[in-house]
Design a binder for this molecule. Structure first.
Ligand code: SF4
Length: 500
């Protein structure tokens, strides 16, 4: 839908885009800067958003919909006491966002459960409030009144933050002496339709695998040297991608050997390998992972409906998921995660129910429930017409069903994140049985500890002590680029690390 947006007394276009996107799919917004006196000249459909800065900062919004004569208007004001320029501007934006959210909720007849929070990590805000010493009631009040988050979502945030601090009581101090490590293996058997991860079909990349692994070993050595010099240990190590188990068992074995030889692994609390695609799991790879003390693996069904798997380009069967899960159990893996996605094309509550029935019988230690999101570069987004998905209401019913089911089955939410263009403006939630939480997932979500990313598509995030400011360094996504520019990438990376 196309909307004219008339801005009077401000330039908060980015915030407007984010709030409007919560209500309309792919809206086109045409921004105009006008004076109050020109308000009668506007072209509909339109929103006129005027800010006034007096003793209170006030936003006045008029919404003129495409059809009908009814207009919707709202005026919302707050005292803005911040004197610092950045903090004051942030508060003014909040005033506008709240007014805009309210008028759009009224017009669209819906409530946005996350209020004006449009970021990926709402739990991070709750942690900040805890670190500032806010009592629970005060933190809840801020989320409700200043961000318009619904009480249900605040309860969820509180539950997750409490859980995280129970599992990692030293979460806020982790950065002092240790880092976590992420290793990206960018290969998969085939590319799933919804995926934008660095995942290259292994068939087309055979020649690159050996040089990639050889240089990855080099990078591990360099990081090991850096950590030893800095006197820092490793808290968690996570193999992701792509699907790390796409490579051969012997190649995995060699990589683990280098990891244990070069990295300070003595105090490591968790070692995870994403074995997401069941079609990559073999007895040989399970033996290698057991040999090197991998604590936790993921085997991801996404759905237990065969037609859905075919439709999204996952070339494995439901039977194979179950078979490989049982195989992993028979090799002694006692912490297995499964990922499910809500809202996959063609699915309704019926298919989600089926997935839950199957999950109940397998009983993985953790279950990560994603809501489908249309990422810009994915095949699914490029050809949306081929992938019909359920409406907002149905998606909300699915999520309710999952929430109810996890509660009944004893799974507890322990991490959460949101994505752009996520169906129903919902969230992704990691659930686990008590004491089976993934520490790495908590660390990456809450950004309290430096994570060094090695390999392809891995982003290093250096958390500066004191300020918590983050310096990012992305390794390249493409294995060809990684192989051809390795020395240059490493020089830049270690310069950043040393600077941090
Ligand atoms: S298995 Fe995972 S990483 Fe690989 S293509 Fe599918 S979603 Fe992407």
């Amino acid at each position: 839908m196309k909307w004219n947006i008339y801005c009077i007394g401000h330039d908060f276009t980015r915030d407007i885009e984010q709030i409007v996107a919560l209500f309309f799919e792919d809206p086109t917004l045409i921004f105009h800067r006008i004076e109050q006196k020109d308000i009668n000249e506007i072209a509909k459909p339109a929103m006129a958003i005027a800010m006034e800065y007096g003793e209170e900062v006030t936003v006045g919004i008029q919404l003129f919909p495409p059809k009908g004569d009814q207009t919707y208007s709202i005026s919302h004001g707050e005292k803005v006491e911040e004197e610092d320029g950045v903090a004051r501007r942030k508060h003014c934006k909040r005033v506008m966002n709240k007014g805009l959210l309210k008028v759009l909720e009224h017009y669209a007849g819906m409530v946005q459960p996350w209020g004006i929070l449009t970021g990926i990590r709402p739990t991070k805000l709750m942690h900040t409030l805890v670190q500032e010493g806010k009592k629970s009631e005060e933190a809840r009040h801020i989320l409700r009144e200043e961000r318009l988050v619904t009480p249900e979502k605040i309860d969820l945030l509180q539950q997750i933050v409490d859980r995280q601090l129970k599992v990692l009581p030293d979460l806020y101090q982790l950065n002092e002496k240790e880092v976590s490590i992420y290793i990206g293996i960018p290969f998969c058997p085939t590319k799933c339709a919804y995926c934008t991860f660095p995942a290259y079909s292994i068939q087309g990349q055979r020649k690159l695998i050996d040089p990639f692994i050889a240089l990855l070993k080099e990078e591990i050595k360099l990081v090991g040297e850096y950590l030893k010099n800095a006197g820092r240990g490793v808290t968690t190590l996570y193999f992701g991608g792509g699907t790390p188990t796409s490579i051969e068992a012997s190649q995995m074995d060699e990589l683990f050997q280098v990891i244990y030889d070069e990295l300070p692994m003595d105090g490591v609390r968790e070692l995870t390998v994403e074995a997401g695609r069941p079609d990559t799991i073999t007895p040989e790879k399970l033996i290698v992972m057991k040999k090197w003390k991998v604590d936790r693996i993921s085997i991801n069904p996404q759905s237990f409906t065969q037609g859905t798997l075919k439709g999204i380009g996952r070339h494995h069967t439901v039977a194979e998921t179950i078979e490989k899960y049982q195989l992993a159990r028979s090799y002694g893996f006692s912490n297995i995660n499964m990922d499910l996605i809500i809202g996959l094309p063609g699915e309704t509550r019926k298919e989600v129910r089926e997935s839950l029935v199957q999950a109940a019988s397998l009983r993985p230690e953790s279950l990560t429930v994603h809501t489908l999101s249309f990422k810009r570069a994915s095949e699914m987004t490029q050809h949306k017409e081929k992938y019909p998905v359920a409406g907002r209401e149905e998606i909300h019913h699915m999520m309710e069903m999952v929430t109810h089911w996890t509660g009944e089955e004893g799974y507890v939410p322990y991490y959460l994140y949101r994505q752009k263009n996520i169906l129903g403006n919902l969230e992704n939630v990691g659930y686990s049985l008590p004491e089976k939480e993934s520490l790495y997932n908590i660390i990456i979500m809450e950004e309290k500890q430096t994570i060094l990313g090695l390999g392809c598509g891995a982003v290093s995030k250096i958390i500066l002590p004191g300020t918590g400011k983050i310096i990012r360094f992305p390794n390249p996504k493409e294995p060809r680029y990684y192989v051809d520019h390795f020395q240059e990438i490493m020089s830049k990376k270690f310069a950043k690390l040393i600077e941090g």
